[in-house]
Design a protein around this ligand. Structure first.
Ligand SMILES: [Zn+2]
Length: 201
């Protein structure tokens, strides 16, 4: 599996050797590549409740891409996540209410600084829109990269599975041929001994 899934990220692949995985008796504990926790040799998912990752000798797309992410990509992800929350709309509602309240004279907290038609507010919102668009585009690009990487990994695992199934089929075919040969040989021997017995009588 390692040669099929080249992995540059540290801890992206299970530390356990894939070939020694099947016999559970005496097998080493599986170290989770995501959280580093130890798991039983036959565990399928990480025992750490917060992690819960599926344990397998595969690359871990999300962890790897998160490790490789640069500061502006992390920031873009956080901003994009915040925009999707109700707090974002609440914060803007409070901002607009205060701005309009102060600048219409309804709230006498500070003197008016942006009279109708609120040009400063419009400018601030335009600048905000430009930044938010940029962040959303960066975040979307990252999500697309995640999806592509995951699709690629799925494909690689499918190819690997296909090859292994082909190997198993070839082995089964070989076994069947040998069994047939053995049965044919055994039948001939039995027939031969029967004719010998018949000749003596
Ligand atoms: Zn884990």
């Amino acid at each position: 599996m390692r040669e099929l899934l080249p992995n540059n990220g540290a801890g992206g692949v299970l530390t356990r050797d894939a070939d020694t995985a099947s016999p559970h008796a005496g097998a080493a504990a599986i170290r989770c590549p995501a959280c580093g926790g130890a798991n039983a040799p036959d565990a399928v998912f990480c025992a750490n409740a917060e992690c819960g990752k599926a344990l397998g000798p595969f690359a871990y797309v999300r962890e790897e891409l998160e490790q490789r992410a640069r500061w502006h990509e992390r920031l873009a992800d956080r901003v994009a996540a915040f925009i999707g929350r109700p707090q974002f709309f609440l914060a803007h509602s409070v901002w607009f209410a205060l701005w309009l309240g102060v600048n219409t004279g309804a709230l006498a907290l500070v003197s008016r600084f942006d009279a109708y038609p609120y040009n400063l507010l419009a400018l601030a919102l335009s600048v905000e829109a430009i930044f938010l668009t940029g962040f959303i585009l960066i975040s979307q690009g990252r999500q697309t990269a995640h999806a592509e990487k995951r699709g690629e990994l799925d494909y690689e695992v499918n190819v690997k599975t296909y090859r292994e199934i082909s190997e198993v089929q070839a082995l089964l075919r070989d076994l069947r041929e040998r069994l047939d040969e053995k049965e044919a040989g055994g039948g001939q021997q039995a027939a031969g001994s029967r004719t010998q017995v018949g000749g003596k009588q």
